[in-house]
Design a protein around this ligand. Structure first.
Ligand code: 5GP
Length: 183
């Protein structure tokens, strides 16, 4: 099987992190790309592991020097994937997964049409809101911003190759495995 780039997007709180972790535990030949961001680390997050945490100035310099395969603004912060990092992973023979927002995913598809885009959707907007609040990691203003993004994301998701509805975590992981095997 050729090494491929898979792009996974989903609304905040949809459980995509849990689906991905379950998938990666069962499929260690896949690696998750580490993105750059200007947002502050949450408790327990480490530089170089969860993200490369950059200042706004450092991020801007990367944009100016055309270092990103894609980048996007999300809920007041910038997030981006370094070109060099992805090409290095693919040339080392790894299957790479990007966990990025829908705007970034569509940019990747334009530049690398062979990338497989997968959207993880919530069973309903109400359930999504409950999950987002249940995390207790964001303040109210941030939650409101993130909910506002959700509707736009669902519209962009129409252009994705596959959609998984996350109403059962194990079912979602199995669906992801089926997609990856057959894509
Ligand atoms: P969080 O702040 O919760 O870690 O991530 C917020 C959003 O940014 C999520 O939808 C996540 O998928 C997205 N994101 C993370 N890394 C990247 C990236 O490199 N590029 C883009 N476009 N979005 C990203």
């Amino acid at each position: 099987m050729d090494k491929k780039l898979y792009v996974i997007s989903g609304s905040s709180g949809v459980g995509k992190g849990t689906v991905l972790k379950g998938f990666l535990d069962r499929n260690p030949e896949f690696m998750l790309s580490v993105s750059c961001t200007t947002r502050a680390p949450r408790d327990g997050e480490r530089d170089g592991v969860n993200y490369f945490f950059l200042t706004k100035e450092e991020f801007q310099t990367c944009i100016d020097n055309d270092k990103f395969l894609e980048w996007a603004e999300f809920a007041g912060n910038r997030y981006g994937t370094k070109k060099k990092y992805i090409h290095q992973c693919l040339s080392e023979g790894k299957n790479v997964i990007l966990e990025i927002d829908t705007k970034g995913a569509l940019q990747v598809k334009t530049k690398m049409p062979e990338a497989v885009l997968i959207f993880i959707a919530p069973p309903s907007l109400e359930i999504l809101e409950q999950r987002l609040r249940g995390r207790h990691t964001e303040d109210e203003e941030t939650i409101q911003k993130r909910l506002h993004e959700v509707k736009q994301e669902l519209a962009r998701a129409e252009k994705f190759d596959y959609k998984i509805i996350n109403d059962d975590i194990n079912k979602a992981i199995s669906e992801l495995e089926d997609i990856v095997k057959n894509a």
